[in-house]
Design a protein around this ligand. Sequence first.
Ligand SMILES: [Zn+2]
Length: 70
Amino acid sequence: MIPMSGGYLSPPVFLTDPFGSLDPAPVPGCSTCERKDAKRRKALDEGFVAEAAVIAVEFSRHLVGHRKAK
Ligand SMILES: [Zn+2]
């Protein structure tokens, strides 16, 4: 639950910089990060910004479970 202050409606949250969140930092050595990063770069290169954004969201969810490939 998101805490509400004073019972007023909060303004909807929009990304002010649509590209700001498209550049998550991959953890070096994490195979999942490297795979997602490559996929995201490819999507951006090919102009699939929406797809890159989806991958960026997956990325931010993944940031708690890095697996270091040894
Ligand atoms: Zn990772």
